[in-house]
Design a binder for this molecule. Structure first.
Ligand SMILES: Nc1ncnc2c1ncn2[C@@H]1O[C@H](COP(=O)(O)OP(=O)(O)OP(=O)(O)O)[C@@H](O)[C@H]1O
Length: 223
């Protein structure tokens, strides 16, 4: 699904990530951890072809990203749902309209019943017509998750999805991600939150990747 062979990533000639080799299999559940500034967000950006590797081979859905046209990348991105760290919304549109926005990019209208079900699933039925600034932090994160799954992607990438949330809200979001994984979605979550990783490990088979010294490693069972 996502495969890297000896991938490196540099910014302005400075190598941030080196010698990364990894294969994410369909239906797997991974965490990505590492110190602040280690390159977790950069790694996720590689995984949805927002960035191209400086060297090495990156393939998404069995296709080498170097061979993809712009249209190929756009089509491939519809299969990847991303929950960004800052989860920005268009503040003049309602929560429901924001969640349905990915469909409008491909000039499709949301099925009202599906949209209602999605809002219920993330516990935001009552906030459907609210504007994003009226949402709490936890509600924003759940709206961001709903937006990411609107297109029924095969892969969910989440960048610090529980960053500013209390423990109860973090668990609620984690449960939604676990549910998606049980439905067959491949999940990759970048997080500093070791408690979240431990909680997930007790519920689902996960692997923990760690970025250390520019390299991607498989973390030990001690986590
Ligand atoms: N577009 C860019 N141009 C130059 N440097 C960048 C760019 N984006 C990120 N960096 C640098 O790359 C490094 C890694 O950033 P990244 O956001 O990937 O780390 P991170 O592990 O996600 O950090 P955090 O946990 O704090 O979110 C940082 O030093 C950052 O300043």
């Amino acid at each position: 699904m996502i495969e890297l062979q000896n991938v490196a990533m540099s910014y302005g000639g400075r190598e941030l990530l080196s010698e990364m080799t990894l294969r994410l299999m369909p239906g797997s559940f991974h965490f990505l951890t590492g110190p602040s500034g280690a390159g977790k967000t950069t790694f996720l950006k590689l995984c949805y072809a927002e960035l191209s590797p400086s060297s090495g081979m990156l393939s998404l859905f069995d296709r080498d990203v170097r061979m993809m046209t712009r249209d190929d990348v756009a089509a491939m991105r519809q299969r990847i749902g991303v929950v960004h760290q800052d989860c920005q919304f268009l503040d003049h549109l309602s929560v429901a309209e924001n969640i349905a926005l990915p469909l409008s990019v491909s000039r499709r209208a949301a099925d009202p019943k599906e949209l209602r079900e999605l809002l219920s699933w993330v516990g935001l039925r009552a906030q459907a017509d609210a504007l994003p600034p009226q949402l709490s932090g936890g509600e924003r994160q759940r709206a961001a998750l709903a937006r990411a799954v609107m297109m029924s992607p095969d892969i969910i990438l989440a960048d610090e999805p529980t960053g500013n949330l209390d423990w109860e809200m973090s668990q609620r979001l984690l449960n939604l991600l676990i549910e998606l994984n049980r439905m067959g979605k491949t999940v990759l979550i970048a997080t500093h939150d070791l408690n979240l990783i431990r909680t997930a490990k007790s519920q689902v088979a996960t692997r923990v990747l760690r970025i250390a010294n520019q390299r991607l490693q498989l973390a030990g069972a001690d986590l």
